[in-house]
Ligand binder design. Sequence first.
Ligand code: HEM
Length: 217
Amino acid sequence: MSEAAASAPKVADGAFLRSRLGSFLAVFPLGVWTLGHLWNNLAAFKGEHAWQTAVTEYPHPLAQLVTMIVVLLPLVLHTIWGISRMTQARPNIHKYTFFGNLKYIVQRLSAIGLMLFLGAHIWLAMLHPRFVEGHPEPFHHIAEQMRNHTPTLMVYILGTLGVAYHLANGLHTFAMGWGLVVSRRALKKFDIGVIALFLVFLAMGWGVIYALWSAGA
Ligand code: HEM
């Protein structure tokens, strides 16, 4: 057997494992944490103290470090995985339905939007306040920005729209990719579930923005 032939299965295994890992990290912990983060932010309806406790405080400095690693590392790995999937994409408009193709394209457009949104959000709401200003993002600051700085408001409205779509549709492709939902009928039903999930995620995101915008008055 030639050297190339001997190493072929190993290369294929590596690619398969990387593809499974990128997909898995998108849901555990990234998707789960994103939902928790949106939920915690809804504390903005209860006012400054409740929001500050739910979103920016940790029981121990170590818990903060662990959270950063558990969230940021999978995000970086998933982003690298996503970029590599996007560069490998081949148009298949003749093979799948228009709706299927539309979802596929919007998943990738939302990924590009998320890269920009999350880059700005993580820097401005987390890294800059903590490591440059020496304190976590204050409630009054983000609320005032939301109220008085229209570009910030627009970026959050579009960013949370992108997150809601990307995560809801991503759960669909995840379930297909891992063989959790297989039959045509089940997939059709799941399509409706995905629309419901998208609306719930969007209501959470836009609810948070509304609460902050109101508090910024
Ligand atoms: C809040 C952050 C994010 C979450 C929660 C998230 C979640 C997900 C989920 C659940 C999937 C489906 C995985 C699968 O089909 O197995 C997915 C797919 C994808 N994600 Fe993300 N993602 C996030 C950020 C990003 C970013 C920043 C990029 C930038 C490149 C990205 C690029 C992609 C791409 C291209 C796909 C489709 C892969 C494919 O179907 O081949 N994601 N994402």
